[in-house]
Design a binder for this molecule. Structure first.
Ligand code: G1P
Length: 293
């Protein structure tokens, strides 16, 4: 299975912060926003990730993430030329992704929770689609799923005025390879975009959509507005300060998950400039008995 991170879009709701820098490269506390979805995909067991960006920002993403080799993964970069909606971005994927199941995450979505990593790794069996439900106070701002008592999907609506449930659908989806042909059948919604919820409805009509409600202890934050961006940063700071452990640290995830060896981890440390981030990586190395020079 291959991974996709969507980092195109104009980030207009965060303007002027996004006048010269993509939303997904803005800071969420101590690291760029995109580090969080990258590590979520790494926890899901994905080693090849396409990063879809605007043309203007592609170089900045390359400078931030690199080839992925240092984290034991591989990034491919591709361009969504116009912001025509989430599923539209799938049309720009490299050919090697086009006949594959994918796990897709929106670059401004942050997922965190106990056991999330291990539960993601085995979540998808490669057929149909798997999406998630998460109770929110403001469902009208999201795609909303209504479930029956048995957990079957009754309805899916994008940004409903009168939501039928409080379960929003986070920007994190597993699709089998039929998603690539489904995208070609979509027509724009009233807001002029291709909607990811229309893809989910196609799977639903084939009885091939599964919704898993995220456990209460899981945090799902999006960072699309100034307020939610600040809240996400505060959330990360509180957890990191309290536990002394970082959220969304690709070097650490790569090392702990066995994507890179101890020596490769030490190389990451040696290449990092003096910073609290580097100090943290050193503390992880020491925990594993690696000798840092
Ligand atoms: C998009 C999707 C929506 C989903 C949300 C999650 O909304 O259209 O279904 O719930 O992401 O962040 P948008 O970011 O376009 O408002």
């Amino acid at each position: 299975m291959k991974g996709v991170i969507l980092a195109g879009g104009t980030g207009s709701r965060l303007w002027p912060l996004t006048a010269v820098i993509s939303k997904q490269l803005l800071a969420v506390y101590d690291k760029p926003m995109i580090f969080y979805p990258v590590t979520t995909l790494m926890f899901a067991g994905v080693r090849e990730i396409a990063v879809v960006t605007t043309e203007a920002q592609q170089e900045s993403f390359k400078a931030t993430l690199g080839s992925g080799e240092k984290w034991g993964i591989k990034f491919e970069y591709c361009v969504q030329s116009e912001p025509k909606g989430i599923p539209d971005a799938l049309k720009s994927l490299p050919i090697s992704f086009k006949n594959e199941p994918i796990v897709m995450i929106l670059g401004d979505n942050l997922l965190y929770g106990m056991g999330l990593g291990s539960s993601l790794a085995g979540a998808f069996n490669g057929t149909g689609a798997l999406a998630f439900g998460y109770p929110v106070a403001n469902p009208s701002e999201y795609g909303v799923v209504e479930l029956d008592q048995k957990g079957n999907v009754k309805s899916i609506t994008e940004k409903p005025v009168s939501p039928k449930s409080n379960l929003a659908i986070p920007g994190f989806y597993f699709f089998d390879k039929s998603v690539h042909s489904k995208v070609l059948e979509l027509v724009p919604s009233l807001r002029g975009e291709l909607e990811i919820t229309d893809i989910l409805k196609m799977y639903k009509s084939q009885s091939a959509l599964r919704i898993s409600v995220l456990e209460r202890g899981t945090a799902w934050l999006d960072t699309g507005t100034v307020e939610s961006l600040i809240q996400a940063g505060e959330f990360v700071k509180v957890i990191e300060d309290r536990q002394g452990l970082k959220i969304g640290c690709p070097e650490e995830v790569a090392f702990r998950e066995g994507y890179i060896t101890g020596n490769e981890f030490l190389k990451c440390i040696n290449n990092a400039p003096t910073s609290s981030y580097r100090d943290y990586l050193i503390s992880v190395a020491v925990e594993f008995g690696l000798s840092v020079i």
